[in-house]
Design a protein around this ligand. Structure first.
Ligand SMILES: [Zn+2]
Length: 852
């Protein structure tokens, strides 16, 4: 089957009039599409799904009108418009009338509901068209290259707000109690960027950024939560106009919080939609992580207004560039806005997550052939966003920030209002930097995986070699090569030697003035590769941690744990390495450390869990004692967040009775006076109370989830329901994922959390096996796919067999290589378990023996 529409007829302009009926969850529409007929046809093929086409006509030069009929092909989401006589080449106007449904799957034109403070239910309608769901809103040529101008009119009840991509240019009465809201023409853009939102929404006063009015929209009563988003929104809009050297391409910019939203946000030009947690926040009650999330997502979407919206990928295989670039720009903007957040260090966590997938046999190149829409949806993953952004950062560092920016400007200028390929960006970057780009980049973009760089002393210098990093697969791939920009810093005779080189061969000798005491390869931490140090180098380096940058310490641990997962380092040696981090002050380093201990916990037999908990307490107690429970006046936001993270890990993973007792006291204080508890500590306290609490806590948290005043508060209490340990309570939480109490945008993630916890994974797995079909029907596709990631935590040979059998028997396809990747991650964990069970038990017994 050919996945592209025939090129015989192409659209130039759509005039669309839609009338949604929120009561019956349907809509009626009519559209006139100005098309160019390239060769004589009796059939016009375009996309339509879940629509009924009521009438078809085409009007040609000189007013000739030909009536046609429509045949729908639901499987391929197409409509064939058939005409009794040939339509001659030339400019025609296609006129269609149609009806559709406001679905509950959070894609296409869909329905979202919420209950206000008085308990009254309300409905609104919103769109999510990327990747290929504009065809559920109106018949269209739903491919990114078929750009057109959109003139939209929405017919809605008088009292409701209607928002689309551009400014309102007219409002006229349209029958009893209704108005027709007409919007200005859009720029020439792709169908997936069109947006309609209709409902009882309210907007903030506009903030002017240059000529652009910026507003936040939300359900009534929540505008008080919009200030932070307006601030980062205004900053990043201005930042991008300067960076790109081009004005914002729209006439206004609305940021809309939608109560039901499948993804994080969507970059519809001028009408960016968000899930509430990614836009609305109370700065005085939110943790650093919660604020950072809002800043990241807002900056990311605004970066797309140029990169994605003004210049768009030619086909979905180029989605990586769209998303990688927006992720890269989001970091650049947030880092410029709040340098004290050290956003590029935190990005280490995201880079490491991408390396986890990219170390699998079932990984894929960043740029990957996409034919079917299903596979396109699967492209929205860690490789696209995080590996892509890592590789762009590596290139930016290689070219220098200014040369890189000039190349980006040249690219946008060359291709604005049109489409481009990855090679067009390389060409522009190369032209601006006066050096060829593809040779360096190709290995990172078009090849799967990444290198493991090994370092060992050789004479007075170092031998540096490369091979592919693999969790499984042993010696295979030893001959694979990347062009690796390497930055190293060696401690030599109490001074430092810095070197930069491009490693192209299998190995290279790097001479040093004297033999190195220790050396950091991937200095500065931007490289997308792992490093394995020869034992003597590792030993000396772990004695000099204070001399490393936080991102270098992060990589040392992250790479060390990956080597342990792949069998190149023993788990005992890795755990010994973690003992050197008692004085660690960076929260990202702690994130990788506690994350690795949680992984070990999932691989341990239950009888050894108390010893692992003791080890967790040993590793964390020095840092936790240093920070205490109370925020200090001279602390940074990051230190406060670290306090919250460490206490949470001690009270849950470490199961520490003292921390749990103190958390109960703190929460009791919070009940009396909410300002008495630091917002960075509170989420951890809630998680600890869930882990150590019972029915009373469960009832309270459920109540607070239902009456939450901010999206962040709602999320904390919702996920706490997955953190309890009593089977009866967990069974209640599982039931809530399908009984309508938890939104379908959140339920799949709640299930993933339940599958991941050692206390709930067994009942959760049984529940998912029994209910997966209903879940597939009710949950949005993207979230449903991510739910299955939870199976990677079912670490035992018996579970693995059960999981394999389940997927084989039911032929569940999650698109792309998603399922293969989850199954392989499970294989890696089971292998780790098989290899390490006995040695780990011995290690833990020894390490946690009470000392005399
Ligand atoms: Zn994006």
């Amino acid at each position: 089957m050919d996945f592209r529409l025939p090129a015989t007829v192409v659209p130039a302009r759509y005039d669309i009039r839609l009338e949604p009926d929120l009561e019956t969850a349907t809509f009626a529409g009519e559209e006139t599409i100005a098309v160019s007929v390239k060769e004589s046809v009796t059939e016009i093929v375009l996309n339509a799904a879940e629509l009924a086409i009521l009438s078809v006509a085409i009007e040609g030069p000189g007013g000739v009108v030909v009536q046609g009929s429509a045949a729908l092909d639901e499987t391929n989401e197409r409509a064939r418009l058939l005409f009794p006589a040939p339509i001659a080449p030339g400019e025609w106007r296609l006129k269609l009338r149609f009806t559709g449904v406001l679905n509950d799957r959070l894609h296409g034109f869909y329905r979202s509901t919420y209950t206000d403070a008085a308990g009254v239910a309300h409905t609104l309608a919103a769109t999510q068209f990327e990747a290929t769901d504009a065809r559920r809103g109106f018949p269209c040529w739903d491919e990114p290259t078929l750009k057109a101008v959109f003139g939209v009119t929405l017919v809605v009840p008088e009292g409701l707000a209607a928002v689309s991509n551009t400014a309102v240019v007219g409002e006229t009465p349209a029958g009893p109690g209704k108005k027709a809201v007409a919007f200005a023409d859009t720029i020439r853009m792709s169908s997936y960027l069109v947006a309609f939102v209709v409902g009882e929404l309210v907007a903030t006063e506009p903030v002017m950024v240059g000529k652009t009015p910026l507003r936040v929209w939300c359900v009534p009563g929540k505008t008080r939560l919009a200030r932070f988003a307006l601030e980062i929104g205004a900053f990043s809009l201005d930042f991008f106009e300067r960076y790109y050297g081009l004005p914002y391409p729209g006439d206004k910019l609305d940021l809309l919080a939608i109560p039901d939203f499948a993804a994080g946000a969507m970059e519809n030009l001028g009408a960016v939609t968000f899930r509430e947690t990614a836009l609305l926040v109370d700065e005085t009650a939110a943790s650093h992580s919660e604020l950072e999330r809002v800043a990241d997502v807002v900056a990311h979407e605004l970066a797309h207004m140029w990169f994605g919206d003004l210049v768009t990928m030619t086909w979905w295989n180029g989605i990586w560039l769209n998303e990688a670039f927006a992720t890269f720009m989001e970091l650049l903007a947030v880092d410029a806005w709040k340098p004290e957040w050290k956003r590029w260090v935190t990005f280490g966590v995201s880079r490491a997550a991408a390396m986890t997938v990219d170390g699998l046999e079932s990984t894929r190149p960043i740029e990957f052939e996409v034919l079917a829409p299903r596979d396109c949806e699967a492209m929205f993953d860690l490789l696209t966003y995080e590996k892509g952004a890592s590789v762009l950062r590596m290139l930016e560092q290689h070219l220098g920030p200014e040369g890189f920016r000039n190349g980006v400007r040249l690219y946008l200028d060359r291709h604005r209002f049109a489409n481009a390929e990855t090679t067009d960006l390389w060409k522009a970057l190369g032209d601006a930097a006066h050096q060829p780009i593809p040779e360096v980049m190709d290995g990172w973009i078009f090849k799967p995986g990444y290198p493991l760089v090994s370092v060992e002393p050789e004479g007075r210098g170092l031998k540096i070699s490369q091979r592919r990093f693999r969790y499984l697969g042993g010696e295979e791939g030893a001959e694979e090569r990347w062009r690796i920009p390497i930055t190293l810093r060696a401690s030599v005779k109490r001074g430092f030697v810095h070197k930069q080189l491009l490693l192209e061969a299998g190995e290279v000798l790097v001479p040093l003035p004297a033999s190195a005491d220790w050396v950091v390869v991937n200095a500065g931490g931007h490289g997308f590769y792992r490093v394995r140090y020869a034992p003597p180098l590792l030993k000396k380096m772990s004695g000099a941690l204070a001399k490393l940058e936080p991102i270098e310490r992060f990589n040392l641990l992250s790479d060390g744990f990956a080597l342990a997962q792949s069998g190149m380092l023993t788990a005992a040696d890795y755990l010994d390495l973690t003992a050197r981090f008692a004085g660690e002050t960076d929260r990202n380093v702690w994130t990788v450390l506690t994350g690795s201990l949680a992984y070990v916990n999932r691989a341990m037999a239950a009888e050894h869990r108390p010893q692992l908990e003791a080890l967790v307490r040993q590793r964390l107690e020095t840092a936790a004692e240093r920070l205490g429970w109370e925020p200090q006046p001279d602390e940074t936001e990051l230190e406060r967040q670290l306090r919250g993270d460490l206490l949470r890990a001690l009270g849950t993973l470490g199961n520490d009775p003292a921390t749990q007792g103190r958390a109960r006291e703190v929460y009791a204080r919070y009940r009396d006076d909410e300002s008495a508890v630091d917002p960075n500590v509170l989420p951890g306290v809630i998680a600890i109370l869930a882990a150590s609490g019972g029915e009373a806590e469960y009832a309270e948290f459920l109540g607070r989830f239902k009456s939450a005043r901010t999206p962040q508060e709602e999320q904390r209490y919702l996920y706490a329901l997955a953190g309890f340990r009593q089977p009866e309570l967990l069974s209640q939480t599982l039931d809530r994922t399908l009984n309508g109490e938890v939104r379908s945008q959140d339920a799949p993630f709640l299930i993933r959390a339940l599958l991941t916890s050692v206390y709930s994974r067994e009942p959760a797995w049984e529940f998912v096996k029994a209910n997966w079909e209903e879940m597939a029907r009710r949950y949005p596709g993207s979230a449903y796919r991510r739910m299955w990631e939870g199976i990677t935590a079912l670490v035992s040979p018996a579970w693995e067999q059960d999981v394999q059998g389940f997927f084989t028997a039911r032929r569940i396809d999650l698109g792309g290589k998603t399922l293969e990747q989850y199954l392989e991650q499970l294989r890696v964990a089971v292998r780790f378990q098989e290899r390490e069970t006995a040695p780990l038990a011995a290690y833990l017994a020894q390490a946690t023996k009470p000392k005399r």
